[in-house]
Ligand binder design. Structure first.
Ligand code: A1D88
Length: 259
């Protein structure tokens, strides 16, 4: 199973478990995540959610093979029922607290999804990147707005335009993560924080989350709509095709052929 789901002592843990592909996320994996989050919403036994990967890697982001195979209408219009949309809607719409524990690289949507979690803990081996421009794509699921709000325009522009990887220390300074801990402590620490949330009054946690997030909800949804329209059109473009092909051919993409 590429996603491990388990509930224990009030914590639903969702773990990326596809190490042979660097935890790259397929449509089936998004669907599992979406279904688990939707079920958790009405399950009183779940009082906190913990998202994690492996020690070596959080996730390599969207499966690039899946990207190449995704059928898209020529006008770039979106199928909002696609599993990735279901997952991200369930994540940013979750009324329950979501804790993320990141070790190793968190790439693409692996970094974007953190902006929709509540407590984000990074191991000292964690790194973050949003290499959308390197793939002939653009930011997705609110990152163009949320990263700018978190880190300010110049820093967000550097991360989103160049798409380069940055370490946990910089993510902490930018406000993308709550705390950095040694790798060997990460899971114990994150589980402990989730356990604290479980023990607190659920209604207070829900209210706190809603109050903190409600003012950004409408602008965020507008940004997501804009981003994802462009993203979907670009996914079918020649630059993205060149980037995906180059990745699997283990060579550098040649973007100079495009204007
Ligand atoms: C809406 C969402 C948008 C996004 O998420 S955009 C972001 C998409 N993700 C990426 O661009 C990252 C692509 N992957 C990488 O850059 C590298 O990988 C890593 C830095 C994560 C790791 O590098 P290394 O340690 O050298 O491993 P390796 O040989 O590249 O990967 C091992 C196997 O995993 C496959 N794989 C890695 N990432 C993906 C992916 N994202 N989609 C599909 N397959 C992937 C490779 O191809 C390879 O496979 P084989 O062993 O057969 O050569």
């Amino acid at each position: 199973m590429d996603i491990l789901c388990s509930t224990s002592e009030g914590i639903l843990t969702l773990e990326f478990n596809r190490l042979e592909r660097k935890n790259a996320i397929t449509g089936a994996m998004y669907q599992t995540l979406a279904d688990a989050l939707v079920a958790a919403e009405s399950d009183d036994a779940v009082r906190a959610i913990l998202i994690c990967g492996k020690r070596e890697i959080f996730t390599a982001g969207n499966d690039l093979d899946d990207f190449m195979k995704t059928a898209r209408p020529k006008d770039g219009s979106l199928d909002h029922d696609r599993p990735v949309f279901q997952f991200m809607r369930a994540l940013y719409g979750s009324s329950k607290p979501v804790v993320a524990a990141v070790s190793g690289p968190a790439i693409g949507i692996g970094t974007t999804l953190l902006m929709h979690c509540d407590l984000v803990y990074a191991a000292d081996n964690a790194s973050f990147s949003m290499p959308f421009t390197q793939l002939g794509l653009c930011p997705e699921f609110g990152s163009s707005l949320l990263l700018t709000q978190l880190a300010g325009y110049p820093r967000a522009a550097e991360k989103l335009m160049l798409g380069e990887s940055f370490p946990a220390s910089e993510a902490l300074e930018m406000g993308l993560v709550s705390k950095v801990v040694p790798l060997y402590e990460l899971m114990t620490f994150a589980q402990g924080q989730a356990a604290k949330l479980v023990a607190l009054p659920a209604a207070s946690i829900r209210a706190t989350k809603r109050l903190m997030k409600q003012s950004r909800m409408e602008p965020m949804k507008a940004a997501i709509a804009d981003e994802n329209k462009l993203f979907s059109a670009m996914l079918g473009g020649a630059e993205a095709k060149e980037a995906f092909t180059a990745f699997f051919e283990k060579r550098k993409p040649d973007f100079k052929q495009f204007n």
